[in-house]
Design a protein. Sequence first.
Length: 296
Amino acid sequence: MMEPNEIELYRKAGKIAAQVRERLRAEVKPGVKILDIAKRAEDIIRELGAQPAFPANISLNEVAAHYSPPPWDETVIKEGDVVKVDIGVQVDGYIGDTAFTVGDERLVSAAERALEEAVRATRPGVDVGEIGAAVERVARGSNLKPIQNLTGHSLGRWELHAGLSIPNVGGETGQKLEVGQVLAIEPFVTEGAGFVEEDERRIYIYSFLRESPIRSRMARELLREIKKRYPTLPFSIRWLAEGMSRLRLEITLRELRAAGAIRPYHVLVERAKGRVAQAEHTVIVTENGCEITTLT
């Protein structure tokens, strides 16, 4: 069981995440650069007295996740784009994780209703597959598909993925919820095939893995900086780019990746290039169900 002060810190992180989400909604519109939205999200988090738990993800259309715009990104939202905004907030390592989608009404509505049903299914003793079944029913009832190889996840202090996966499809898993667990529940629905694949060419988010022998001085210095500033949670290459050219940054990160010092988070794209919508809340499992921390 969590201590009362831990619960309050999860609530504080969730409340800040919700405030950021709602302040951003009106700013996600055609003509706006996605890089500006990501920076704005992270700036608001800091203004409210917290820190990003991960780089703001601004994913368009068939891109489902892990797209945090690099510093050179000139992409502008167009009419008809489906825009997913995924925000993470941490307060002393306690995390609030929330997401919303702007765009196609059918996709957005299905993701939001799937989230509502998933939260309703969340209670102690339930197999996490029942939560997935709730998501799947809503998606298929809207003539859409849940994304089968993307899941929600349990959260821990300084841990974005604390061991438990929350599926978006039904099926008994043998993993049952317990009072006190903190979960990020995030349905993904699509008009495509229902699976995502890694884009090997695009990696804009990393996390520190381990100390490794590094040949070049610049890469050694960058790894020391990463370990100091981001020892546990993911970081954006934007946060490292000051004073480095794009080419130098990419070469240095490639060296660290080859040495096994950092973990890459590839951009995830829907297999059939179908548009994707996402909705997400963070919840704490309680004796009678769950408490949503990411409500305004």
